[in-house]
Write a protein that binds this ligand. Structure first.
Ligand SMILES: Cc1ncc(C[n+]2csc(CCOP(=O)(O)OP(=O)(O)O)c2C)c(N)n1
Ligand SMILES: [Mg+2]
Length: 376
């Protein structure tokens, strides 16, 4: 009995359309109306400028720890752009630009990172889940949403975001397996930014690509240059169309790089070289797309100022928010509160109700806006 090679059902491809030297593969260039191209660039720029602003706000103690997105703007905007409002977006914790595109007000995002409960709440008509800190736990939730969409025949597609590190979690594999078996309308969008805090990709997986992991679950995977918004858009549009047509899931691996720190509590110089960062800075998605738009005469004058003003207005609205109610931290944890927690709640409530001592500091140990927050 001879051994018979079994051909894989899908081939793994790498897609690049606009490379870091500005070369454009015109045959692959997606048709995107000029107004949409401008909107995409604006969304990327807003993401970049807000990121810078948020790092400064955190350093000043005005917001808490957050995960910067610098370098990953093309992966986020190129993909999220292909969704309809009625589709579902399921983020991890590093999707600020995609969230803003989905309609999250900037001040709400700032509230989230300042510890306000309301900061994590999507609007009632918004088809987004809140950010998820536990790595990969959002991925099975996303498959559940896609299963529901399929069951209800409501035409919605789900796009879920996660990092390279998340692909080592059982949740990722369980979700991929269910998605393949149920053939649900989902796009798995992996932002492979080369690092999971201080763990490099080569210690995360021995696979040549993350995209090929899809093959084991019976659906296609594609690797794209994640700093090339045209490639990310083209692959995402195809995957969303597949999902909407009832042709099942796709895994997209966006090869990108986290130019900044993991979170504001991290110092990346401890584990990676300046040369590595500089090499990726030369592949900056914003510079590359900006040059492409410039050539097509689509770069608006004064855009940076306009975006900065929008951010400044949001920061002002955020800072006008009254301090959160410290008692809110006891809500929504237990259906029935255990006695020790009940006692703690009563103690905090009594302290809050008592008149302040003449030279007392803050009433509670909770980090408040305007106060330095501790490292997380
Ligand atoms: C289940 C779980 N384990 C560990 C952590 C701590 N942690 C936070 S982010 C992170 C790395 C995630 O890396 P990756 O999935 O590549 O996403 P990235 O941070 O690069 O966007 C880890 C280990 C966590 N939040 N949840
Ligand atoms: Mg990563």
């Amino acid at each position: 009995m001879p051994r018979t090679p079994l051909e894989p059902r899908f081939q793994i491809e790498h897609l690049s359309i606009l490379d870091s030297d500005g070369h454009l593969d015109a045959a692959l260039e997606p048709e995107i109306p000029p107004e949409s191209l401008k909107a995409m660039y604006r969304a990327m720029l807003l993401g970049r400028r807000l990121d810078d602003r948020m790092v400064r706000l955190q350093r000043q103690g005005r917001i808490g720890t957050f995960a910067p997105i610098k370098g990953q703007e093309a992966s986020q905007i190129g993909s999220v752009f292909t969704l309809r409002r009625t589709d579902w977006m399921v983020p991890s914790f590093r999707e600020t630009a995609a969230m803003i595109w989905r309609g999250w007000p900037i001040e709400t995002i700032l509230r989230l990172f300042a510890g306000y409960l309301e900061g994590g709440q999507p609007a009632a008509d918004q088809h987004d889940l809140p950010i998820t800190i536990p790595v990969a736990t959002q991925v099975p939730h996303a498959v559940g949403l896609a299963y529901a969409a399929q069951y209800k025949h409501d035409q919605a597609v789900v796009m879920t975001y996660f990092g390279d590190g998340a692909t080592s979690e059982g949740d990722f594999h369980e979700a991929m397996n269910f998605a393949g078996v149920w053939h649900v309308p989902i796009v798995f969008l992996c932002q492979n930014n080369q690092w999971a805090i201080s763990v490099p990709l080569k210690k995360q997986t021995h696979s040549r690509t993350i995209a090929e992991k899809a093959l084991a679950y019976g659906f296609p995977g594609i690797q794209v240059d994640g700093n090339d918004i045209l490639a990310v858009y083209a692959a995402s549009r195809e995957a969303v169309e597949r999902a909407r047509a009832g042709d099942g899931p796709t895994l997209i691996e966006c090869v990108t790089y986290r130019l900044g720190m993991h979170t504001t509590a991290d110092d990346p110089t401890k584990y990676r070289s300046d040369e590595e960062v500089q090499a990726w800075e030369r592949k900056d998605p914003l510079t590359r797309f900006g040059a492409y738009l410039q050539k097509r005469n689509l770069l608006a004058e004064g855009l940076e100022r306009e975006v900065d003003e929008e951010i400044a207005r949001a920061v002002q609205a955020f800072e006008a928010t009254p301090p959160p109610d410290p008692l809110a931290m006891f809500d929504h944890v237990y259906g029935e509160m255990p006695p020790d927690l009940k006692a703690q709640r009563e103690e905090v409530a009594a302290r809050e109700a008592a008149p302040p001592a003449p030279d007392a500091g803050p009433r509670t140990s909770m980090p408040m806006r305007g106060q330095r927050t501790t490292r997380r």
